[in-house]
Design a binder for this molecule. Structure first.
Ligand SMILES: *Cc1c(COP(=O)(O)O)cnc(C)c1O
Length: 377
């Protein structure tokens, strides 16, 4: 295998248990959208449920269908549908749906009538993120649109929910104003007659830092995967990284001082040196702007990308004394002490660790390790 992502299910289960403990009485929804942030949807979902997640959450309906069609029966919410989406397919698969606008309630209701089942709906309120959800007076309109559909028996409003703009900035004033607005909106829905089962707003950062936002259910994503949503805070919360991205050197050779390396010759060793060829490139999700900066570990050597990251490969400078050989393992990021982290890659490439793990390409096999026997696929 030239390049692979090792997915450590013991670390994942540890993180789920740790987040559950932080969440107190709230239930835990494991957010497994985007192929579980690149880690593998079904495998991650099974381990998360085995470790105590009582809900799963995904953005897109096809992701929810994939979970159900694989036999996963855990309570499941999907939240980002467009007009014409297969709401009937979702209802018949017992998937909870989100609505931010009356059109969504109407489509869900029509689908529920057609399949002869009641749809479970979570109304989304925009408390100040300025993205999804019903904003301002639209909230009242949304709630009042839902009530007759509940009376008809085609939907039941089981949840009210929102999402933070600045949960990752622990002391940002909007965290509290959004939270206040949220509980006010939920209370309004209850005054109008909704009988809410779950009110939920906490992502990873709020799960870790804002107990007052835990409400009935927390929705961590990134922290499940062992990455800190608040890297500026000097605390890893005891999380363990789940993904390690590794490759085997495809070639090791000597190059003389001054020989430019890779496209554009953006790197040239000052002294004669030994270089290794890493068979992973931007097609595999390695950021092209990791050119000359992406950190790696090869054996005990810490080194960097030397020259351009290409589509399928890049070079590392191992130093003149290197005894590395073709086939040796290079770790781009991992979980063990001394290995570079996804957060290191994020900092070197001006992004966030979410993007580093989620962008790992379809060509990179996920190797699942430490799965407990009853969670293995
Ligand atoms: C992605 C997402 C989450 C998880 O966010 P993290 O910051 O990864 O914990 C929670 N809720 C919603 C609506 C999301 O889209």
């Amino acid at each position: 295998m030239p390049v692979w992502a090792e997915i450590d299910h013991a670390a994942l289960a540890h993180n789920v248990r740790l987040l559950r403990a932080r969440a107190g009485d709230a239930q835990l929804m494991a957010v497994v959208k985007a192929d579980a942030y690149g880690h593998g949807l079904l495998q991650v979902a099974r381990t998360a449920v085995g470790a105590g997640a009582t809900w799963l959450g995904v953005a897109q309906m096809p992701e929810a269908f994939a979970l159900r069609d694989a036999g996963i029966t855990t309570r499941l919410l999907t939240w980002l549908a467009v007009p014409g989406a297969d709401f009937a397919g979702a209802i018949s698969r017992d998937i909870d749906l989100s609505a931010s606008a009356p059109w969504a309630l109407d489509e869900i209701a029509a689908a529920a009538r057609s399949v002869g089942r009641t749809a479970r709906v979570h109304l989304k309120v925009d408390t100040g993120l300025g993205r999804g959800g019903a904003y301002g007076p639209d909230w009242t309109t949304l709630v009042r649109h839902a009530r007759p559909l509940e009376a008809e028996g085609v939907i039941t409003v089981v949840g009210v929910w929102t999402h933070f703009a600045h949960a990752d900035a622990p002391n940002h004033p909007t965290v509290l104003t959004q939270q206040d607005r949220f509980f006010e909106a939920a209370a309004e829905a209850e005054r109008e007659g909704c009988r809410l089962e779950v009110r939920h707003l906490a992502n990873s950062a709020a799960t870790l830092l804002h107990p007052s936002a835990h409400a009935d259910l927390v929705r961590p994503g990134l922290a499940l995967y062992g990455l800190s949503p608040v890297p500026q805070v000097d605390d890893d919360f005891g999380l363990r990284p789940v993904m390690s991205l590794r490759a085997r050197l495809a070639l090791v050779k000597r190059l003389p001082a001054g020989q430019g390396i890779s496209y554009g010759h953006l790197y040239a060793p000052e002294h004669d040196t030994v270089v290794g060829l890493v068979p992973a490139g931007y097609a595999d999700g390695i950021p092209r702007n990791a050119t000359n900066v992406g950190p790696l570990a090869v054996g005990d050597t810490r080194t960097r990308v030397a020259g351009r990251v290409c589509m399928d490969q890049f070079v590392v400078d191992l130093g003149a004394g290197s005894g590395a050989r073709a086939g040796d393992v290079a770790t781009l990021f991992g979980g063990a002490p001394g290995e570079p982290t996804a957060q290191d890659w994020a900092e070197m490439t001006d992004t966030i660790s979410y993007e580093i793990v989620t962008r790992v390409g379809a060509r990179v096999p996920r190797i699942h390790v430490n799965q407990s026997p009853d969670e293995a696929p």
